[in-house]
Ligand binder design. Structure first.
Ligand code: ADP
Length: 162
Protein backbone atom coordinates (compact mmCIF):
# COMPACT_ATOMS: atom_id res chain seq x y z
CA UNK A 1 0.00 0.00 0.00
CA UNK A 2 1.68 3.19 -1.15
CA UNK A 3 0.40 6.28 0.59
CA UNK A 4 1.12 9.92 -0.24
CA UNK A 5 0.32 13.03 1.74
CA UNK A 6 -0.65 16.23 -0.06
CA UNK A 7 -0.33 19.07 2.44
CA UNK A 8 -1.50 22.64 2.03
CA UNK A 9 -3.69 25.42 3.28
CA UNK A 10 -6.41 24.96 0.65
CA UNK A 11 -8.06 28.31 1.36
CA UNK A 12 -10.01 27.33 -0.70
CA UNK A 13 -9.17 24.26 -2.79
CA UNK A 14 -8.91 25.18 -6.50
CA UNK A 15 -8.98 23.28 -9.78
CA UNK A 16 -5.17 23.55 -9.73
CA UNK A 17 -5.01 21.65 -6.42
CA UNK A 18 -7.51 19.14 -7.78
CA UNK A 19 -5.38 18.59 -10.88
CA UNK A 20 -2.44 17.69 -8.62
CA UNK A 21 -4.65 15.48 -6.41
CA UNK A 22 -5.90 13.56 -9.47
CA UNK A 23 -2.35 13.01 -10.75
CA UNK A 24 -1.21 11.80 -7.32
CA UNK A 25 -4.24 9.50 -7.06
CA UNK A 26 -3.09 7.71 -10.20
CA UNK A 27 0.41 7.20 -8.87
CA UNK A 28 -0.38 6.09 -5.31
CA UNK A 29 -2.79 3.61 -3.74
CA UNK A 30 -3.97 6.21 -1.28
CA UNK A 31 -3.66 10.00 -1.10
CA UNK A 32 -4.37 11.89 2.10
CA UNK A 33 -4.96 15.60 1.53
CA UNK A 34 -3.92 17.34 4.72
CA UNK A 35 -5.43 20.69 5.49
CA UNK A 36 -3.12 22.80 7.65
CA UNK A 37 -4.70 24.04 10.87
CA UNK A 38 -1.97 26.38 12.09
CA UNK A 39 -1.80 28.61 9.13
CA UNK A 40 0.04 31.87 9.55
CA UNK A 41 -2.03 33.06 6.60
CA UNK A 42 -5.25 33.89 8.59
CA UNK A 43 -7.45 31.91 6.26
CA UNK A 44 -10.78 33.10 4.85
CA UNK A 45 -12.31 29.67 5.53
CA UNK A 46 -12.09 27.84 8.87
CA UNK A 47 -10.25 24.53 9.03
CA UNK A 48 -13.56 22.64 9.02
CA UNK A 49 -14.84 24.58 6.04
CA UNK A 50 -11.61 24.00 4.10
CA UNK A 51 -11.76 20.29 4.93
CA UNK A 52 -15.42 20.02 3.90
CA UNK A 53 -14.65 21.76 0.60
CA UNK A 54 -11.70 19.45 -0.16
CA UNK A 55 -13.94 16.45 0.55
CA UNK A 56 -16.70 17.84 -1.69
CA UNK A 57 -14.19 18.53 -4.48
CA UNK A 58 -12.72 15.04 -4.28
CA UNK A 59 -16.20 13.52 -4.36
CA UNK A 60 -17.18 15.70 -7.32
CA UNK A 61 -14.03 14.53 -9.15
CA UNK A 62 -14.78 10.87 -8.28
CA UNK A 63 -11.45 10.04 -6.69
CA UNK A 64 -12.24 7.15 -4.32
CA UNK A 65 -8.67 6.62 -3.08
CA UNK A 66 -8.36 10.19 -1.79
CA UNK A 67 -9.27 11.22 1.75
CA UNK A 68 -8.83 14.50 3.61
CA UNK A 69 -7.82 15.30 7.18
CA UNK A 70 -6.87 18.36 9.16
CA UNK A 71 -3.42 18.44 10.68
CA UNK A 72 -1.36 20.66 12.92
CA UNK A 73 2.22 20.23 13.97
CA UNK A 74 5.15 18.72 12.15
CA UNK A 75 4.15 17.33 8.77
CA UNK A 76 6.65 14.47 8.74
CA UNK A 77 5.20 13.17 12.01
CA UNK A 78 1.75 13.10 10.45
CA UNK A 79 3.21 11.38 7.36
CA UNK A 80 4.91 8.73 9.51
CA UNK A 81 1.67 8.12 11.40
CA UNK A 82 -0.07 7.50 8.06
CA UNK A 83 2.83 5.29 6.91
CA UNK A 84 3.23 7.55 3.88
CA UNK A 85 6.23 7.20 1.61
CA UNK A 86 5.77 10.50 -0.20
CA UNK A 87 4.80 14.13 0.20
CA UNK A 88 3.17 15.68 -2.85
CA UNK A 89 3.67 19.33 -3.77
CA UNK A 90 2.63 21.23 -6.85
CA UNK A 91 5.06 23.31 -8.90
CA UNK A 92 3.56 26.02 -11.04
CA UNK A 93 6.46 28.25 -11.96
CA UNK A 94 10.04 29.01 -11.06
CA UNK A 95 8.69 31.33 -8.37
CA UNK A 96 7.47 28.27 -6.39
CA UNK A 97 10.82 26.60 -6.59
CA UNK A 98 12.96 28.22 -3.92
CA UNK A 99 10.48 27.81 -1.09
CA UNK A 100 9.51 24.30 -2.16
CA UNK A 101 13.16 23.25 -2.48
CA UNK A 102 13.91 24.47 1.04
CA UNK A 103 10.87 22.69 2.50
CA UNK A 104 11.62 19.46 0.65
CA UNK A 105 15.21 19.35 1.87
CA UNK A 106 14.22 20.17 5.44
CA UNK A 107 11.56 17.45 5.40
CA UNK A 108 14.11 15.01 4.01
CA UNK A 109 16.51 15.89 6.81
CA UNK A 110 13.76 15.26 9.36
CA UNK A 111 12.51 12.07 7.70
CA UNK A 112 15.01 10.61 5.20
CA UNK A 113 12.66 7.83 4.08
CA UNK A 114 9.88 10.17 3.00
CA UNK A 115 10.36 11.61 -0.47
CA UNK A 116 8.86 14.84 -1.74
CA UNK A 117 7.36 14.42 -5.19
CA UNK A 118 6.71 17.52 -7.30
CA UNK A 119 3.93 17.42 -9.84
CA UNK A 120 3.11 19.99 -12.48
CA UNK A 121 -0.51 20.86 -13.18
CA UNK A 122 -2.02 21.32 -16.62
CA UNK A 123 -0.63 24.60 -17.94
CA UNK A 124 -4.08 26.21 -17.79
CA UNK A 125 -3.76 26.17 -13.99
CA UNK A 126 -0.25 27.55 -13.67
CA UNK A 127 -1.48 31.07 -12.88
CA UNK A 128 -3.98 29.87 -10.33
CA UNK A 129 -3.68 30.14 -6.57
CA UNK A 130 -6.12 30.40 -3.69
CA UNK A 131 -5.41 34.05 -2.95
CA UNK A 132 -6.16 35.18 -6.51
CA UNK A 133 -9.41 33.19 -6.39
CA UNK A 134 -10.40 34.88 -3.11
CA UNK A 135 -9.56 38.28 -4.56
CA UNK A 136 -11.54 37.74 -7.78
CA UNK A 137 -14.53 36.43 -5.80
CA UNK A 138 -14.36 39.37 -3.39
CA UNK A 139 -14.47 41.80 -6.30
CA UNK A 140 -17.46 40.04 -7.81
CA UNK A 141 -15.64 38.19 -10.63
CA UNK A 142 -16.69 34.80 -11.96
CA UNK A 143 -14.65 31.98 -10.43
CA UNK A 144 -16.59 29.01 -11.83
CA UNK A 145 -13.75 27.88 -14.12
CA UNK A 146 -11.19 28.19 -11.35
CA UNK A 147 -12.72 26.18 -8.50
CA UNK A 148 -14.94 23.13 -7.98
CA UNK A 149 -18.69 23.91 -7.91
CA UNK A 150 -18.95 23.47 -4.12
CA UNK A 151 -16.20 26.05 -3.63
CA UNK A 152 -17.86 28.58 -5.94
CA UNK A 153 -21.04 28.24 -3.86
CA UNK A 154 -19.14 28.54 -0.57
CA UNK A 155 -17.38 31.70 -1.76
CA UNK A 156 -20.71 33.25 -2.68
CA UNK A 157 -22.16 32.37 0.72
CA UNK A 158 -19.13 33.64 2.62
CA UNK A 159 -19.06 36.96 0.78
CA UNK A 160 -22.82 37.49 1.15
CA UNK A 161 -22.41 37.47 4.92
CA UNK A 162 -19.69 40.11 5.01
P1 ADP B 1 0.68 26.19 1.12
O1 ADP B 1 0.19 27.23 2.04
O2 ADP B 1 1.28 25.00 1.79
O3 ADP B 1 1.49 26.69 -0.05
P2 ADP B 1 -1.48 25.83 -0.75
O4 ADP B 1 -2.82 25.27 -0.45
O5 ADP B 1 -1.40 27.21 -1.25
O6 ADP B 1 -0.65 25.60 0.55
O7 ADP B 1 -0.76 24.88 -1.80
C1 ADP B 1 -0.52 23.54 -1.54
C2 ADP B 1 0.33 22.96 -2.63
O8 ADP B 1 -0.38 23.02 -3.86
C3 ADP B 1 1.63 23.69 -2.89
O9 ADP B 1 2.61 22.74 -3.26
C4 ADP B 1 1.32 24.58 -4.07
O10 ADP B 1 2.48 24.86 -4.83
C5 ADP B 1 0.37 23.70 -4.83
N1 ADP B 1 -0.52 24.46 -5.69
C6 ADP B 1 -1.32 25.50 -5.38
N2 ADP B 1 -2.01 25.95 -6.44
C7 ADP B 1 -1.63 25.16 -7.48
C8 ADP B 1 -1.95 25.11 -8.87
N3 ADP B 1 -2.77 26.01 -9.43
N4 ADP B 1 -1.37 24.18 -9.61
C9 ADP B 1 -0.50 23.30 -9.06
N5 ADP B 1 -0.15 23.29 -7.78
C10 ADP B 1 -0.70 24.20 -6.98
Amino acid sequence: MRTAIYPGTFDPVTRGHLDIIARAAQMFDRVVVTVAVNSAKSPMFTTDERLTLVRAAVKEARLPNVTAEAFSGLLVNFARKKKASALIRGLRAVSDFEYEFQMALMNRKLAPKITTVFLMPHEKYTYLNSSIVREVARLGGDVTDLVPAAVARALQQKLKHR
